[in-house]
Write a protein that binds this ligand. Structure first.
Ligand SMILES: Nc1ncnc2c1ncn2[C@@H]1O[C@H](COP(=O)(O)OP(=O)(O)OP(=O)(O)O)[C@@H](O)[C@H]1O
Ligand SMILES: [Mg+2]
Length: 367
């Protein structure tokens, strides 16, 4: 009997493609995981398409099937690893690789041809989850809060789930079932930290925030960065590399008269992520403190975690304590969205995305 679902996630950080094998039969269960780095030539092609450039249509047309192949291979490797075949799997939910996210202009673009995933795996593939919500007037993002609601909500305590990926997003889960689940992107997560350490140390990320910890927060730089228009917007809101990129960082640094040490910039960027998360947590929890659970790759950054805890004056936990490893929450969310679509159930939360109603998300590609 086919009862597994696969979720494939490739986020803004471009660190890896993550896939999970899960089931929702009686309750949610994570059976297997698979992570592969994105080949560097493909990463280059993706990065080039996240910024305006020349001959974009050709580049996109070329990248789309290449990514489709990589996603398909990832799913096949997962299936092979756990000895399951297409007959065991009901559907694959694939987020796709975001190249541009401009919901206010009416579009969000994800690449990775689902036809290829379906063709190679022989499994019903569901993709293009964001655009139906945008068509209904929403941001198309964040979509994970509905899954957080499904899996992490408690009747006893208010909870906030903080997903620190390339960008960071928050989900407020009130214990009162009649109260609204809220959520939005707080701003940058790891994307600027990764870009800055890559430029200065040719590393992909700042392991546990050690480099940031060696620097000092530059108060003027922090204030100027915090002046970004995104932080002034009221929710629903979502963001991406278009708003927070290294050219913007360079332009802000150039307005500061005295030279700044690179490690001080790293410390300041870490504080930008931490402070924007703390601000929004305080805004969301209003009355009565919530328990805070971190997930996403940024949850491994111990220095960032300590800065968040300092800002909140309390400790945080990881989603591991709720039964799901921080690294697999997003991929599981897209398997869950596939499960919802298969059962003709809606996947968006209009209070979060701003859509005018609940919608069944995703396009279906039949084997
Ligand atoms: N040990 C670690 N120390 C510090 N940072 C880490 C560590 N492990 C992972 N990270 C950070 O997490 C990032 C990857 O996080 P994640 O996979 O959640 O983001 P993503 O792929 O962009 O997903 P999305 O943006 O969709 O949530 C890495 O690029 C890195 O910055
Ligand atoms: Mg990732």
């Amino acid at each position: 009997m086919s009862h597994y679902f696969i979720g494939i996630m490739s986020g803004t950080s471009l660190d890896s493609i993550d896939s999970v094998l899960v089931s929702f039969d009686t309750e949610f269960k994570l059976y297997g995981t698979h992570r592969e780095a994105i080949p560097s030539d493909l990463k280059e092609k993706i990065l080039r398409l996240t910024q305006p450039g020349q001959s974009e249509i050709e580049a996109l047309a070329h990248l789309d099937p290449l990514l489709g192949e990589v996603f398909a291979q990832n799913a096949l490797a997962l299936m092979d690893k756990y000895n399951v075949t297409q007959t065991h799997i009901t559907a694959i939910g694939c987020h796709g690789q975001t190249l541009r996210h401009y919901p206010e202009q009416g579009f969000s673009l994800q690449a990775g041809d689902p036809n290829i995933i379906c063709e190679r795996t022989g499994v019903l593939t569901i993709a293009d989850f964001r655009r139906r919500d945008i068509a209904a007037g929403g941001q198309g993002a964040p979509l994970v809060p509905a899954f957080h609601d499904h899996l992490f909500r408690s009747d006893q305590q208010n909870r906030i789930i903080v997903n620190i990926g390339g960008m960071a997003n928050l989900t407020y889960l009130p214990a009162d079932r009649s109260a609204q689940v809220l959520g939005y992107d707080s701003g940058p997560g790891n994307v600027l930290l990764d870009a800055w350490i890559h430029r200065h140390k040719q590393l992909h990320f700042d392991e546990h925030g050690h480099w940031a910890k060696s620097g000092r927060i530059h108060a003027e730089l922090l204030r100027t960065l915090q002046n970004h228009d995104y932080f002034k917007l009221t929710p629903p809101k979502s963001t991406g590399r278009e708003a927070f990129h290294v050219d913007w960082l360079d332009s802000v640094i150039s307005t500061i008269k005295a030279p700044i040490q690179p490690e001080d910039v790293q410390a300041t960027l870490t504080e930008l992520t931490a402070s924007s998360i703390c601000e929004d947590i305080k805004r969301l929890e209003k009355d009565g403190k919530a328990d805070i659970f971190l997930c996403g790759g940024g949850a491994h950054n111990t220095f960032l975690k300590s800065r968040i805890e300092l800002g909140l004056e309390r400790s945080t936990q990881k989603t591991d304590t709720l039964g799901l490893d921080v690294d697999w929450v997003e991929a599981c969310a897209f398997a869950w969205l596939a499960w919802r679509a298969v059962h003709h159930q809606t996947g968006n939360l209009p209070d979060v995305t701003g859509a005018k109603g609940k919608r069944i998300l995703g396009g279906m590609y039949y084997p």
